[in-house]
Design a protein around this ligand. Structure first.
Ligand code: 26Q
Length: 743
């Protein structure tokens, strides 16, 4: 981008410091105007289909990528405006967690590396709800992100498309959001228009699907954006290469971000057969060379199945094509020697349900997991038969995160310390960060000062937004991620209570003052997750008010955790809590952000934690708890949480706070339900909270002890930063580009 042009254009504008939103829109559009002379879509490219994109604030990141953040900041300062004032403009949260944030990191890396990757998704009117607490309970408020304007998108009316359902026709209007880097890629988000009914399709992210109506809406969403995107890709292909669809996959890969966009497979076949007179067989072959599928979760409840009857009603042609794919797969597999049971297990249609993961696995040229352990699990346990017959289709692509947002942008202080130590080359090629290893001893003191500064900034912010006072010198343990039972925020809550009780009894001499910080949103209908939020808020209230201990122990659950909050937290944290039940967290990506910023991981051998420890060394991290193998064998019988509860007094006492009146769930019965999940009824303590609790507490206390030697601890932290190159999404994207997309 032409910086001089940007400066002169921006200087011409009337900037009014009292109108922050107006000024935000002016600066953003000047930057867009100056930047948008990007390359057109090339012949050969990859497409990313995702129902979520968690982009975070575009403003600072885009100005940084365009190389004009500094210039904008000076021009504003001349006019008396602090560039940080734009933090009041909230970010668009068109996603709810790891899967959506991964999509955003991938787009960033591809643009930075100059690789053509085009994102497709939905332009939701409302993003993920805004979270407030009311008496400690989560309350959901609509996120009307467009009220600040949307200066980083361009509406493309002339490229609108008509999408047909059996009972309605809607217009898909694209909004193009440029992604800046070495090249400019585009994230194309479709908005549904034409009628009130149509508009509902792009109104909410994850509409409640506990009713038939909700399910249908979700089905419409999935079809809506994938159908528009497929047509866009086909039109482009035909323009460049004609109608020889044999070559479709040679020039295009469509990467499916989990199963939500899998209807695209049937739709692409529909377009070729119905609109270009291709035979079903040829269309199926073309599709098989085009799609690639990434699995992000092994939780059975997240493996999508659609009622065939419902698809028939809403999308009759698609239902027919899915049936034909199912038939073709059965014949093909019989010929290939699959047993009858194997054919059934891998079938696209099982009973009266379309099994979206099976469809994806069958019709894709590539299937991948997102961390080493996760890929092993999907090969061995989730898709064993397909792996047996087509091992060549499967591969691992360990996730990564973009160091541009998650280190350079969010932690300027650490970034300049790195510059001073090893020069600036790591900014262009992140593998260069490894050179830091040689100087860890020399810069440990300076690192301690940087951490201190980032903590102070965060604690000031928390004081202002949450009204909670945290002393600057506390050790910061952070657990920030979606709220889910398998992530075991409840286990951290129990661990805090054990530590609190020990402090009260005077058992912890020389305990270093510590704060436990949580950030998480719960799905609105997920009762137990919401109960855990309330429980932790109760603990926070009690612990923070206790004058005997509150100089030593604090607990804070921040409201409305989002990408922008994460940027502040990962930079400040000392200890990254990654304590999922082994075998359940596909990868995790928060763990990588903390690592880059020099936090030690306190975690289980799960997801990418395993690889983090491989790279940064066990001695620089804190691993505890059952392994995935142990969990698997315990799950198949013989685990008795009741026995643990009966035999361990301290554990017994903290679990009992759920039912003994210590805390008040306002008559909802939520706490008793959490208790029942652990000790009563079926599937007792399904996530092994009680099993791992003791070793967790021990590990937290070891960390606390080790922290006393500040310099030694800082060296461990720095070793994590120095060894984090592998966890850059630049590395991940290069692997996708080379091995799957062939771009
Ligand atoms: C499924 C069926 C019906 C309705 C909703 C869903 C649904 C929605 C969202 C299922 C899953 C998701 C989101 C999954 C997700 O965020 N997974 C995370 O992906 C990250 C990126 O690969 C990993 O790092 C995390 O480990 C994984 O949990």
């Amino acid at each position: 981008m032409n910086r001089r042009l940007f400066i002169s254009e921006l200087k011409k504008e009337q900037l009014d410091g009292s109108d922050i939103v107006g000024t935000y829109n002016i600066i953003s559009s000047v930057a867009m105007r100056c930047a948008l002379k990007g390359p057109v879509k090339p012949r050969h490219c990859a497409h990313y289909f995702s129902i979520e994109y968690l982009m975070g604030r575009g403003f600072y990141n885009n100005l940084m990528e365009l190389g004009v953040l500094h210039e904008a900041s000076s021009i504003l300062a001349e006019k008396g405006i602090d560039i940080n004032a734009f933090e009041e403009v909230e970010d668009a949260a068109l996603g709810n967690g790891g899967l959506g944030r991964l999509a955003a990191c991938f787009l960033d890396s591809a643009a930075a590396l100059g690789l053509p990757l085009y994102g497709y998704g939905i332009r939701y009117k409302y993003g993920l709800f805004k979270q407030d607490f009311e008496n400690g309970f989560q309350k959901e408020l609509p996120d009307d992100w467009q009220r600040f304007g949307d200066p980083w998108s361009i509406r493309k009316d002339d490229e609108s498309m008509t999408i047909s359902f059996a009972d309605m026709v809607v217009t898909a209007v694209p909004y193009d959001m440029p992604v800046f880097g070495k090249r400019i890629n585009i994230l194309r988000l479709y908005q549904a228009e034409d009628s009130a009914e149509a508009e509902k399709i792009s109104e909410y992210l994850y509409p409640a699907d506990d009713t038939e109506e909700g399910k249908i809406l979700r089905l419409r969403q999935e079809y809506f954006f994938t159908a528009a995107a497929c047509r866009d890709i086909v039109q482009n292909f035909v323009r460049l290469h004609g109608t020889n669809f044999k070559n479709l996959g040679k020039y295009n890969t469509i990467q499916l971000n989990d199963t939500h966009p899998v209807l695209a497979i049937a739709e692409l076949i529909r377009i070729m057969t119905a609109e270009y007179a291709v035979s079903f067989k040829a269309a199926l072959d073309a599709v098989k060379g085009t799609f690639a599928y990434t699995n992000h979760t092994i939780l059975p409840e997240a493996l999508e199945c659609w009622d065939m009857g419902m698809i028939e009603r809403i999308l009759p042609e698609i239902a027919q094509i899915i049936s034909k794919i199912d038939g073709a797969a059965r014949i093909e597999r019989e010929k290939a020697g699959y047993s009858a049971a194997e054919i059934e297990e891998t079938a696209v249609i099982r009973g009266d349900k379309a099994h979206m993961a099976n469809l994806a696995v069958y019709a894709s040229k590539s299937v991948n997991g997102v961390a080493k352990l996760h890929t092993e699990i999907i090969e061995r346990d989730v898709f064993p038969t397909e792996y047996k017959y087509h091992p060549e289709k499967f591969s691992n692509k360990t996730n990564g995160v973009t160091q541009r947002r998650w280190l350079m942008l969010c932690n300027g202080e650490l970034s300049s310390l790195i510059d001073k130590t090893i020069g600036r080359e790591w900014r262009n090629d992140f593998t260069g960060i490894f050179a830091l290893k040689e100087s860890i001893g020399d810069i440990a003191e300076k690192f301690i000062a940087v951490k201190g500064r980032k903590k102070k900034q965060l604690f000031d912010y928390i004081r202002a937004t949450e009204g909670i006072d945290i002393p600057d010198d506390m050790i910061l343990y952070a657990q920030v991620k979606r709220l889910h039972e398998y992530k075991r925020q409840l286990m951290t809550a129990f661990a805090i209570l054990e530590i609190y009780n020990k402090l009260k009894r005077g058992e912890l001499k020389d305990f270093q003052p510590s704060v436990f910080l949580f950030g998480a949103k719960s799905a609105p209908s997920y009762r137990r997750a919401k109960a855990i939020i309330k429980f932790i808020n109760c603990i926070a209230e009690k612990v923070n008010a206790d004058e005997q201990t509150n100089g030593l122990l604090k607990v804070v659950f921040v409201r409305n955790y989002n990408v922008s909050y994460a940027e502040k937290i990962v930079a400040a944290a000392d200890v990254s809590l990654q304590v999922s039940t082994a075998g359940f967290e596909a990868s995790g990506t928060g763990n990588m952000k903390f690592m880059m910023n020099g936090a030690v991981t306190c975690g289980t051998l799960d997801g990418a934690n395993i690889e983090i420890v491989d790279y940064a060394g066990e001695g620089n991290n804190y691993i505890f708890g059952a392994t995935a193998e142990e969990i698997k064998s315990l799950s198949s019988g013989g685990y008795s949480p009741r026995k643990i509860y009966d035999e361990d007094e301290e554990l017994h006492a903290v679990v009992d706070t759920l039912i003994d009146g210590t805390f008040d769930d306002c008559g909802t019965g939520d706490f008793a339900d959490l208790y029942a999940g652990l000790l009563k009824g079926e599937r007792l303590d399904y996530y092994f909270v009680l099993y791992d609790l003791n070793s967790y507490v021990e590990t937290l206390l070891t960390i606390n002890e080790d922290y006393k030697n500040r310099v030694e601890f800082a060296k461990k932290q720095l070793s994590n930063t120095a060894n984090s190159a592998y966890f850059s999404s630049d590395r991940t994207i290069k692997e996708y580009a080379r091995e799957i997309w062939k771009i």
